[in-house]
Design a protein around this ligand. Structure first.
Ligand code: PLP
Length: 388
């Protein structure tokens, strides 16, 4: 069957000379970014300071809405930030850890930056309860549910685990959290753009992520969804003039909060990154998450099959319903193999306790999967010969 999605390949210059299997880390740059950044420079050069009122001030919310459309978030509910760690800080600054409800529950498969952030909040009264993975691939839902109790304030969890691509049962965890009065901050960095995300049907309180991986949006833009009914009630202490009702009145004294999304922002927005993010967000919307997911399930299954045939360990769920867009393969000497793959224009990465992460995206040809595995074999053969 012809692969209809391959028509988007010409939009991504790097695909002309690399086997680009690294959307779990940095998605390929859409050609449109050249024009987007040129447009940014033109605006700055020709409009100068007027650019703020003509375009730039509104951009953070516009990009938030474009991202919101991909996750079924209502307009005005998504703010933009520099990175996911900052999003954690904004949410934490809405919470009070000085009371009895001060527990933070997450799994040890969370992204480390998120863990470092919440660990550090212990200085403000937070108590961290870390749920352990049994197998290094999955997070047992029952253990998460068990750990969430009436002392829990927040559950910062990954939707898709970065190491293994395991899809957590966010719905079940959110339901339990709500039953006991806790919030969930769902990190959709490794899901949005690859796996369907619907913040309203999940009923998550908060969702965050960045655009540089599956959304092909480049570094410098993260998003924070806040459930609209909550958004109007919360008062982030990590705040600034962007969150003020009348930022250009330059009032002294305490802040008078404006409505979301600006309510959750703080200082001057990151305009060049916001401009650069738009072509990727647009193309993902055009391709459609359902089509991306369907292809991803097929291609990740093929990668697992290829690894199995060679007896390499696969650190990713075999059940397609539990698997995101990445396959982590722990072949012999995987760290060295990874370095060599990159030299040979097969772009992948290595993570300890995972192996080589390979992430086909909508722009990947089936033959590229076979080619990547053949290159691994070639490298292993050469290493074996050199060791003799
Ligand atoms: C699930 C997840 N969360 C967060 C991050 C990164 O966080 P930040 O945007 O703060 O660098 C990553 C990867 O870079 C990730 O895979």
């Amino acid at each position: 069957m012809p692969d209809d999605l391959l028509r988007y390949r010409s939009e991504f210059p790097i695909l002309e000379h690399t086997n680009y299997l690294i959307s779990n880390s940095l998605g390929a740059m859409p050609r449109g970014v050249y024009d987007a950044l040129k447009g940014y420079a033109e605006t700055w050069a020709t409009r100068g300071v007027r650019a703020w009122e003509e375009r730039w001030w509104m951009l953070a919310a516009e990009v938030g809405d474009e991202l919101g459309a991909l996750m079924n978030a209502p307009p005005g509910s998504v703010s933009t930030h520099q990175n996911v760690t900052t999003c954690q800080a904004v949410v934490a600054s809405c919470l009070d850890f000085s009371g009895k409800r001060n527990k933070v529950v997450y799994s040890d498969m969370n992204f480390p930056s998120v863990m470092y952030f919440w660990e550090a909040q212990q200085a403000t009264g937070a108590r961290v309860s870390m749920v352990k993975t049994g197998d290094g691939v999955t997070v047992p839902t029952e253990r998460m549910i068990e750990a969430i109790d009436d002392k829990t304030l927040i559950v910062p969890m990954s939707h898709v685990i970065f190491r293994s691509s395991f899809i957590q049962d966010a719905k079940a965890i959110i339901e339990k959290a709500h039953k006991v009065g806790a919030y969930v901050l769902l990190d959709t960095f490794q899901s949005l753009g690859s796996v369907p995300v619907d913040v309203q049907s999940l009923n998550t309180d908060f969702a965050c992520g960045g655009v540089l991986k599956w959304l092909c949006g480049g570094p410098g833009v993260a998003y924070l969804y806040v459930r609209p009914d909550l958004g109007k009630k919360l008062h982030p202490r990590f705040t600034g003039w962007t969150a003020h009702q009348e930022p250009f009145n330059f009032e002294t004294g305490p802040i008078r909060y404006t409505d979301p999304p600006y309510r959750f922002m703080n200082g001057t927005p990151h305009i060049p990154s916001l401009e650069a993010a738009r072509p990727g967000i647009k193309v993902i919307g055009q391709v459609g998450i359902d089509k991306i997911r369907e292809k991803s399930q097929r291609q990740t299954a093929r990668l697992i099959e290829l690894a199995d045939e060679r007896g390499w360990r696969v650190n990713t769920p075999r059940n397609p319903e539990q698997r995101g867009g990445t396959v982590s393969i722990d072949m012999p000497d995987s760290q060295q193999v990874c370095a060599e793959l990159i030299k040979r224009e097969v772009l992948v990465d290595f993570r300890p306790k995972a192996g080589v992460r390979m992430s086909p995206h909508f722009y990947t040809r089936d033959e590229e999967l076979e080619a990547a595995i053949a290159t691994v074999e070639e490298i292993l053969r050469e290493r074996a010969l050199a060791a003799k």
